[in-house]
Design a protein around this ligand. Structure first.
Ligand SMILES: C[S@@+](CC[C@H](N)C(=O)[O-])C[C@H]1O[C@@H](n2cnc3c(N)ncnc32)[C@H](O)[C@@H]1O
Length: 248
């Protein structure tokens, strides 16, 4: 990233990082060359500012994505007790915005954590597959639209780590997207637009992934049950689900 006249310019690798490298540097270069990212060359390297990147994201959504929603979630009445570990708390860092100082937000992606707007939570670069906390540390663990970003093959390990760091009777609370089988669909990004209500505040967000996986509520609840979690709540709406588990 380079700053010129107080404007931040992102290079090809920065932009690929924004997509968790799911859109490769080569693809990003192609989008610059085709003019689909309105960029300019700085020191002979393609760069774009945030407005150009936002415009490109809209274009990408039109060309390559199926975005369901908008779906509205009201967190105002959701109870999350004690010390909270938020898995994948980068991006909008919704749980950090909701519960502030109660929250330790972890995410392996530094830029996602830096982007998260709350300055009250503690943000740590960490992978949920290998949590650097002692057993029985947290009263609550949350995952807000994070499991959709984690490869299915890693879900079991992540759930085991969450179970380990939760205190006895601690709760794991999970919101996520139902991802159908892609079949022969030409579009290769699947996502959701969300409006998240926290008391008087409304957060508008969109989460999308490369469409190479499928998941639903039962996949997540079965995993949790097999690890030893007790299921407290299972709610499924069109495209989304909400799960609440207790470590017994
Ligand atoms: C885009 S966010 C989704 C929503 C986010 N929880 C929020 O409130 O806006 C998903 C995050 O999951 C993170 N993630 C991916 N793999 C992960 C892993 N193994 N452990 C923890 N977080 C992971 C991604 O880096 C990404 O920042």
């Amino acid at each position: 990233m380079k700053e010129i006249d107080n404007v931040e310019y992102f290079n090809i690798n920065d932009i690929s990082e924004m997509f968790h490298k799911k859109i490769s540097a080569e693809e990003i270069r192609g989008y610059f060359e085709e003019g689909k990212i309105k960029g300019k060359k700085i020191e002979n390297e393609w760069h774009a500012n945030q407005d150009a990147i936002n415009e490109f994201m809209e274009l990408l959504a039109e060309e390559r994505a199926i975005m369901v929603g908008p779906h509205t979630i009201d967190l105002s009445k959701i109870e999350l007790k004690g010390r909270i570990l938020d898995i994948g708390g980068g991006g909008q860092g919704v749980i950090g915005q909701f519960k502030g100082e109660q929250v330790v937000a972890i995410d392996p992606n530094k830029s996602e954590l830096k982007e998260a707007p709350s300055d009250k939570d503690l943000k740590i670069i960490m992978d949920a597959k290998d949590l650097q906390f002692l057993d029985n540390t947290f009263d609550t663990v949350t995952a807000f639209y994070t499991m959709m970003y984690i490869p299915i093959a890693d879900h079991k390990k992540v759930f085991e780590e969450i179970y380990r760091v939760l205190k006895k009777d601690g709760e794991f609370v999970l919101w996520d997207l139902t991802i159908p089988n892609r079949g022969n669909n030409k579009r290769d990004i699947y996502g959701i637009r969300l409006n998240v209500k926290i008391n008087d505040k409304m957060i508008e967000s969109g989460y999308g992934i490369l469409w190479n996986k499928e998941q639903d509520m039962d996949h997540n609840s079965d995993l949790a049950k097999n690890i030893g979690f007790k299921i407290l709540k299972k709610e499924e709406e069109k495209d989304t689900f909400y799960l609440r588990f207790r470590k017994s």
